[in-house]
Design a protein around this ligand. Structure first.
Ligand code: GLY
Length: 401
């Protein structure tokens, strides 16, 4: 107990000393959310009639078609921003994007349907429930379930074997895939059909079995033999090295097991989430301002680029995880998340309205080895940043009651 109190005091001191450099997020959540809404109003007016904002690079707004893995984030962020700010123009924009996105419910060529359809239609259904959204989400879950392999007991992530260094007969699972399970949990809750729940649980169990190292860091990719289920290789595509800890991968794993615990109450998922959080928060290469380098093992630390998207995802996950643990962990997670959000909402990371192509956060790293989206805004960084702010706002509102 005494040891726990000392850990808590040291942690609080560390977080508060670096957070004090800028205005604490808890004193300006509403202001930052309003700022984000103004920024997205600017982005909206610069988007072509059809297109999903991806990033902004060399003064050019890059957009994608609806089948890109990030297509759900912009409509999802718009929905969060309209949740309690009175912004009919953003709500209208979200509707028009959802219209363009809905055909992806039948897309069976990607594992990213959770990102694409749950971040968008999942939020639409939560805020404005209607049978059309339910059908779209169910069809999306069905499409995702077609990628499940019952020998491996996991969902196939990528199809393109040559691109991911695999060979025919390989089944590739990337840690990011944990983020697509929420859609499957929703589908079982909605339909009563346990198939989706079972797929999600098998995938989460298989990922614990093979994707993690002893210190709870994760490999980016595990290559299975699709006929036997044997593990053939553990490698990276987006990290600094096969055995490194790619920051966003650690963030996806953390968030994924927080959701898996919420949906199942399986203690092994809670242990996994706590282990990953411990790895991230106590890593010697985690900067004091709590925005991670793009890879915890990047060779040029402390000069390596930071990844604001990883910080946003981790902050949002910690704000949920803190509700499933007790002190001192509750306070440790809460303070860490608030430090991340304080840093992200400082001038270093929060773009001024009318700059940054209309994206909210600066300084994300998409794919360093591929040399794409380096030190740029990213639509998913914005999404999880706004989600985390909404979670914090809800906590602060509840403490006022
Ligand atoms: N899911 C791809 C990424 O995190 O970059």
């Amino acid at each position: 107990m005494r040891k726990n109190v000392i850990v808590l005091l040291v942690t609080l001191q560390l977080f508060s000393s670096c957070a004090s450099k800028t205005t604490l997020i808890e004193n300006r959540v509403e202001t930052v959310l309003n700022h984000a809404a103004s920024q997205y109003q600017y982005l909206m007016t610069h988007l072509p009639d059809y297109g999903f904002p991806k990033t902004y690079h060399e003064n050019t707004l890059e957009i994608s078609t609806s089948d890109w893995w990030c297509s759900g984030f912009y409509p999802g962020t718009l929905l969060y921003l309209t949740e309690d700010l009175n912004k009919p123009v953003l709500r209208q924009e979200s509707k028009s994007l959802l219209f363009d996105l809905k055909k992806e419910q039948y897309n069976t060529t990607t594992h990213d349907l959770g990102f694409m359809m749950y971040c968008s239609f999942g939020n639409a259904q939560r805020l404005h429930p209607k049978p059309e959204y339910e059908n779209i989400l169910m069809n999306s879950a069905k499409s995702l379930a077609t990628r499940y392999n019952d020998t491996v007991k996991a969902i196939r992530s990528w199809d393109n074997a040559s691109w991911n260094k695999g060979k025919e007969g390989d089944l590739v699972v990337i840690i990011d895939n944990m983020m697509n399970l929420e859609l499957l949990f929703w589908a079982t809750q909605h339909s009563g059909d346990s198939t989706y729940y079972n797929i999600a649980v098998n995938h989460a169990d298989k990922t614990i079995q093979n994707q993690f190292r002893k210190d709870f860091s994760s490999y980016h990719e595990v290559i299975y033999d699709e006929k036997t289920g044997d593990v053939k290789a553990k490698i990276t595509n987006q990290g600094a090295a096969d055995d490194s800890a790619w920051a966003r991968g650690q963030a996806w794993g953390l968030y994924g097991y927080v959701v898996a615990f919420r949906e199942t109450k399986n203690q092994s998922y809670l242990n996994q989430a706590k282990g990953i959080a411990n790895f991230i928060l106590n890593h010697p290469n985690m900067p004091k301002d709590m925005v991670p380098y793009w890879d915890f093992d990047a060779t040029d630390i402390p000069n390596a680029l930071r990844d604001s998207s990883a910080a946003a995802i981790i902050a949002s996950a910690l704000l949920e995880l803190k509700n499933y643990v007790e002190n001192p962990l509750t306070e440790t997670y809460n303070m860490a998340a608030k430090t991340m959000l304080t840093t992200l909402s400082s001038d270093d990371y929060l773009a001024k309205v009318g700059t940054n192509g209309g994206f909210i956060l600066k300084h994300g790293v998409g794919n360093m080895p591929n040399n794409t989206e380096i030190d740029t805004p990213l639509s998913y960084g914005d999404y999880y940043f706004v989600e985390a702010l909404m979670r914090l706002k809800s906590d602060l509102d509840n403490t006022k009651l």
